[in-house]
Design a protein around this ligand. Structure first.
Ligand code: SAM
Length: 188
């Protein structure tokens, strides 16, 4: 069996920390692949809160959720993930969250995630992360602006205090075309 790529590994890491009844966040819904995966992990008693700034992507994802019978446990918001705090009560634990950075494949390549808003959302989610909970960032950085965001998120993660969090970086280092890599923040 081959080593999993960053995207596949992100789902493996989430399936270890998310279960039925949990609340989770898909910070970059896009075409909804992660939303659907998370919705199946949390089940009917759980709760997926999803964000994207592209209404068309959310509409398509909503259709897929309905077709797959997973809509009841998902709420999608047409706003930036930097507002995630507005959709969580202070005491809500978020066991898992995922960010896919960059632009929507097949969509408008100028609508990319930005370091300031990405890090605002991560900082807010850290407040809700229980022990063993994980925030996963799949970092695409080959597009214009991508390296700036990559540097910002890596720098942020490197500065997280070791006694509270452990941060994993996972990715292939001998591939061409800037393959995505993964950062996983886990509260100890
Ligand atoms: N996870 C998605 C999927 O399964 O198809 C792919 C996500 S794509 C790489 C990045 C997405 O982030 C785009 O759909 C883009 O519109 C969205 N985005 C950009 N800035 C955002 C923000 N501030 N808040 C939420 N989503 C944002």
């Amino acid at each position: 069996m081959n080593l999993p790529n960053a995207l596949t590994y992100s789902h493996a890491l989430l399936s270890e920390c998310v279960g039925p009844g949990d609340t989770v966040v898909d910070a970059t819904v896009g075409n909804g692949h992660d939303t659907i995966f998370l919705a199946s992990l949390v089940g009917k008693t759980g709760h997926v809160i999803g964000f994207d700034i592209q209404e068309a992507a959310l509409k398509e994802t909503q259709t897929q959720l309905t077709l797959t019978g997973l809509a009841s446990q998902v709420e999608l918001h047409a706003t930036g993930h930097e507002h995630v705090g507005d959709y969580l009560t202070a005491e809500t634990p978020v066991n898992g969250a995922i960010f896919n950075l960059g632009y929507l494949p097949g969509g408008d390549k100028s609508l990319i995630t930005q370091p300031t808003t990405t890090l605002a959302a991560v900082a807010e989610l850290l407040k809700h992360l229980p022990r063993g909970g994980r925030i996963i960032l799949v970092v695409y950085y080959g597009h214009p602006g991508g390296k700036t965001e990559r540097n910002a998120v890596v720098d942020f993660c490197q500065q997280l205090p070791q006694r509270v969090y452990q941060v994993l970086q996972y990715g292939f280092i001998n591939q061409v075309h800037n393959p995505p890599f993964l950062l996983a923040i886990e509260r100890r």
